[in-house]
Design a protein around this ligand. Structure first.
Ligand SMILES: *[C@@H]1O[C@H](CO)[C@@H](O)[C@H](O)[C@H]1NC(C)=O
Ligand SMILES: *[C@@H]1O[C@H](CO)[C@@H](O)[C@H](O)[C@H]1NC(C)=O
Ligand SMILES: *[C@@H]1O[C@H](CO)[C@@H](O)[C@H](O)[C@H]1NC(C)=O
Ligand SMILES: *[C@@H]1O[C@H](CO)[C@@H](O)[C@H](O)[C@H]1NC(C)=O
Length: 498
């Protein structure tokens, strides 16, 4: 017998068998926890868990699971037990009532590289301190101050569309909205004039879109062997692209150097820097309750770019798609635009924010396509909520995409119907059925900012142009299975001059 296996010594065999034993024993450990708790859900495969059981697109998978298992179910993301919840009473408790006590933190993959202290990743007191300092940068007063900057960029956007409409070009809508988002974010965050609308090859777009493209092998490896996370971390493995993070770090450091003293633009970066001098009672590299360290400022600024770019862009892309495929909605919206700003007049902030139908259209588009398909929280302690025990350290996941397409909450959920949000119908929307920006103290900080920049671009464009479907338009859309909610292939439409 041993003669057939000449290459392996006894020691090698022992090692190999030990490894196989470890592999098998380790594999089964996390599974069965939901069965014990009496929570339904798909049966896991070892190591792989229940990933992609019903559909390869993870958020479509959530829709199928919700149909099958109801409002609470258990899944295993590779080896990690994840409790999915769409029950409104539980959502209220998790996201709002017990946010500060049991559910303060998001799931942390620990491979955050430089961004470990970004507000979306920071935990507990750290998070609360950073969030409190950032909040004033996103009040409606501050956003109103940024409006003229946004308008300038939106003006460039519409100007760049003129020739495209004139030549009857087929456009990949992301190619126009991506540069718009980048330019708005860079201007409002750092007063940086990128003008990527007119210089589409600018490296900043490339880096901004790269950051959230998590490397799949790392995702799978950390999923299979979460106990190796500290090792990966020490080896410098990160989910966020290091070249892209470094790119923004250099840009920002240069801006800060140039901005010594005299100039004081009202951008997000300056608001953070100003908070440093306000809380001036010890060294600036030491955190205190009133201010951010230099590193923290850097992380917030980078996170703002990255979190804002992709989400605002896809929101605009889906709006264009929904309007092109629902021309009667677009017509009604254009009527509202024309009566609010007669004779293609300049868009004003207050009037824009008061447009009712526009708000319904944007909300309905975000209902069907919320950029973040899932939210999550970690339970700090074992806690019983609405009769369901949630164990310490368990991931609670809110499948927003599935929630917002739940046929019990949204009749004919696949239909694009802005009137769901009209004054008359709004009352029938159940609380906690709609959360494209999350809810509670840990909701999206940039919500109002995003709403303004999205509405402005949409109104400016629809004043002079209409979107229309063409042969190249994919209907229905095939969805992307990586990252944020998005189309697998670029959405292509045509522009018509009004
Ligand atoms: C935007 O602002 C720049 C100066 O900051 C100006 O030259 C340009 O004409 C403006 N563009 C639009 C479309 O308002
Ligand atoms: C802190 O305040 C002192 C005076 O009280 C001032 O000299 C110093 O420049 C301030 N430091 C910072 C970082 O603003
Ligand atoms: C649209 O959604 C936002 C938040 O997502 C909300 O504040 C607003 O009231 C909604 N508008 C309507 C008309 O429902
Ligand atoms: C829309 O068209 C009118 C003339 O038809 C023009 O004056 C205006 O600048 C255009 N607006 C935009 C945002 O392109």
């Amino acid at each position: 017998m041993m003669g057939c296996l000449p290459f392996f010594s006894v020691e090698t065999w022992i090692l190999l068998l030990t490894f196989i034993c470890f592999f098998v024993i380790y594999s089964n450990r996390p599974y069965g926890i939901f069965e014990k708790l009496g929570i339904p859900g798909p049966k896991p495969y070892i190591y792989w868990g229940t990933v992609g059981r019903h559909h390869k697109v993870y958020y479509e998978d959530d829709v199928q699971s919700a149909k099958k298992y109801g409002k609470v179910w258990g899944t295993y993301e590779f080896r990690t037990p994840v409790l999915a919840v769409t029950d409104p009473e539980m959502l209220k408790t998790i996201l709002v009532k017990e946010c500060f006590t049991y559910f303060t933190n998001r799931r942390n993959f620990h491979l955050n590289g430089e961004l470990y202290d970004a507000v979306s990743i920071a935990e507990d007191d750290e998070w609360r301190r950073i969030r409190n300092i950032l909040t004033p940068s996103f009040t409606s007063g501050r956003i109103k101050e940024m409006f003229s900057v946004m308008k300038n960029i939106s003006g460039k956007l519409t100007a760049s569309m003129r020739s495209k409409a004139h030549n009857n070009e087929v456009i990949a809508v992301k190619d126009i909205f991506g540069p718009y988002s980048i330019d708005v974010m860079a201007s409002c965050a750092f007063s940086l004039d990128v003008d990527s609308i007119n210089n589409p090859s600018s490296p900043i777009i490339d880096h901004a879109s790269k950051l959230f493209r998590f490397p799949v092998p790392v995702l799978i490896l950390q999923g299979f062997f979460p106990i190796l996370l500290p090792l990966f971390e020490r080896l410098g493995v990160t989910m966020f692209s290091k070249t892209s993070t470094d790119f923004f770090k250099n840009v920002l450091e240069k801006i800060r150097e140039e901005r010594s003293g005299s100039s004081n633009p009202g951008d997000v970066l300056q608001n953070m820097i100003n908070s440093q001098t306000k809380g001036n009672d010890s060294y600036s590299h030491k955190p205190n309750h009133k201010r951010l360290t230099d590193h923290e400022i850097l992380s917030q600024a980078i996170m703002f770019m990255f979190a804002g770019y992709e989400t605002s862009t896809t929101t605009l892309v889906f709006l264009a798609y929904n309007l092109a495929t629902n021309p009667e909605v677009m017509k009604r919206l254009q009527e509202e635009i024309d009566s609010t700003f007669p004779d293609k007049g300049a868009v004003r902030y207050e009037a824009l924010m008061q447009m009712e139908y526009l708000d319904c259209v944007v909300n309905e588009s975000l209902r069907l396509y919320p950029p973040a398909a899932r939210l999550d929280r970690i339970a700090k302690e074992t806690v019983k909520i609405c009769g369901i025990t949630i164990q310490k350290d368990m991931v609670v996941m809110i499948p927003v995409y599935a929630l917002q397409r739940d046929p019990e909450l949204w009749p004919e959920p696949e239909e694009f119907r802005p009137d769901r949000f009209s004054k008359q119908n709004k009352q029938s929307i159940k609380p906690y059925a709609y959360m494209p920006f999350g809810v509670g103290p840990r909701n999206c900080l940039g919500m109002r900012f995003a709403q303004v920049m999205v509405k402005l671009a949409l109104v400016d464009i629809l004043q002079n142009y209409s979107f229309s479907v063409c042969e190249e338009t994919e209907i229905p859309l095939e969805m992307d299975y990586k990252g944020f909610v998005g189309p697998l292939n670029p959405i292509k439409l045509k522009l018509e001059t009004r």
